[in-house]
Design a protein around this ligand. Sequence first.
Ligand code: AQP
Length: 332
Amino acid sequence: TPRVFSGIQPSGGLTLGNYLGALKRFVDSQNSGVQSIYCMVDLHAITVWQDPASLRNATRELCAGYIASGLDPEKSILFNQSQVSAHAELGWVFNCVARMGWMQRMTQWKDKAGKNAQNASLGLFAYPALMAADILLYHATHVPVGEDQKQHVELTRDIATKFNHDFGVDFFPIPEPVIEGTATRVMSLRDGSKKMSKSDPSDMSRINLTDDSDSIAAKIRKAKTDPDALPSEAEGLEGRPEAKNLVNIYAALNDQTQAQVLAEVGGRQFSEFKPMLADLAVAKLSPISTEMGRLMQTPDEIDAILRRGAERAREIANPIMARTLDIVGMVR
Ligand code: AQP
């Protein structure tokens, strides 16, 4: 039976990249009736320093973001990773399955640790093994993610394969990354070659789900573009990363294809297209930010949703963890 698992780090506010690349697609998968499990991956967040009070707030805000985007805590399981201790346990087992060389090849590790790898946390290096545990602990078969997480899901497949092989079992299913749509990699508004990211020092580079209408409009108005008019066909976007990004954002927000958008706006100048995009973004995002604000007024209710989600998650995870320890040879 298919089962979907995915997560987002409470390492700051949610961006339009997280919304289009992840959240919006989580909602589609929930509504298609597949059992769906969505996590606030707080153990991943602390691989880089998080102020404790900010982490608590970001975890609640992320949960509010999930719900405001359309996830129903009755239909989907919503919980925070640290409250299901089997994630850390299975993560340890996978630290012993994964190889150093596999981790060293991860582009996210190389980007985030940078030149100063000696000073990065050991957790940041081991991150992909914990992510494999997140997914495999539920025997998930499908993992909706943005393009940047593809390599980590592939590593998860390698870990599952090696575990099954080393222990001579057919225990962990090999999960599929699901990377679909026109916004699998939303780029920075200031630099079409960089991913839009929560941790970019420039707030103008991203749209946050909590931005008000005026700042959304201002950020789009100031977004980097080239001087040419929009093309009417996709080939015309080649070599124009900023133009392509804005067209893709428009398409994803409006549930259209790139071709449909270009058929409509081809030939127009950015001075005309940007206000159209700003209106669309405000129309789609402001109900979400309003709902997030409302939910954040009752943090106790958010905590109760997370606790209930963790209970439901444990019901699936604990038997799989116990079976894993048996396979490995731990005495009960
Ligand atoms: N720009 C993006 N375009 C499409 N999808 C994206 N995702 C993130 N950025 C984009 C997807 O959102 C999910 C959750 O990401 P994450 O919170 O686990 O961490 P991340 O990928 O490292 O996101 P950020 O915003 O870049 O965080 P920081 O700055 O803390 O590293 C994933 O499915 C991801 O693909």
